[in-house]
Ligand binder design. Sequence first.
Ligand code: XIL
Length: 391
Amino acid sequence: MRSIRFATVAVATAALTLPLMAGTATADPSAGRKAAPHPHAKFDRLRAAAPEGFVVGTAVAGGGHHLEQDYPDPFTHDREYRKVLARQFSSVSPENQMKWDYIHPERDRYDFGQADAIVEFAERNKQVVRGHTLLWHSQNPAWLEEGDFSKAELRAILREHITTVVGRYAGRIQQWDVANEIFDDQGNLRTQDNIWIRELGPGIVADAFRWAHKADPKAKLFFNDYNVEGVNAKSDAYYALVQDLLEEGVPVDGFSVQGHLSTRYGFPGDLEDNLRRFDALGLETAVTELDVRMDLPESGVPTEAQEQKQADYYQRTLEACLAVDGCNSFTIWGFTDKYSWVPVFFEGEGFANVMTEDYVRKPAFYALRDTLKEAREEDCGKKDHGKGRKG
Ligand code: XIL
């Protein structure tokens, strides 16, 4: 188990003026040439900077809101995107490609093409995969939501879906978001908009975990939600539910916070405390969808202070996860603003990712890299010490 203490890492203010490192992207597209290789290029990769056993992930863009944009599928068509995806990250999460509406478009038809491609890409690049998601109120196909099925049929449909999808990738998925966003912000179960809970009652959640576990005993099974970074009514509801389920022997392995943050609001300073209380229940924890959006000035260009604030939010989220032993998976919801879901879903907000639309690294990127590096060095120091070698 990792156990890390931190010295606060100063956010790299010089970040924007540094040249881009080898092979990631053209620093300045107008320059029309690649930046020179940097002597320490290896540690310029987030995945290499991370402590052993700690994975740094990203969503893999495709499906969902991308289908309505005027660019081709990012994952299959954007070479530069794929290059950064492979070089920088040790974990990938299909952004939409394993959701019901994508992978199960008709009752008797699954479409595994994109999900297969992502899992294969991950294996080629020595990355782990987070499966997302199996029981959710959103992005369900019309055939399901409007199907007028009996309770018995619905139960059989969910069971078959979980068995089929989890079974297909058995042994190849590190963590599954089995249940996504099942509580509202007041901590009430979504008994209206979640078709499964509405039609089958709350017990269906435990069944989903049992079926997923049967289909892939090795995958770690998670609850995942937004607005649960801090200790609040919603995270309290998960804390209570998880204890009940563990007592009943339901195979729940983890609790994850999405981390869709906005600089409009204060940073959830009790994130670490919150992760710790789930850790104390014996669960793994994870950050699964971090992005930090902001209100953009009319020019569309954020101020330096805004960029620093964003970097600070990214850094503090990472530090909270690194500080908790069982938090070993840290995922950002995309890395380039080029494909961000934020401007589509949050009017007036944007600039939420760690690279610009041209793949230029922001202070937030360097804040993550430096924080990872520091944690890694501290881990190595401890190991060396344990072996009786001089630090
Ligand atoms: C978002 C995707 O990024 C978009 O492409 C899609 O149109 C809508 O969903 N919580 C989740 C994610 O669990 O699946 C959501 O992803 C963002 C919020």
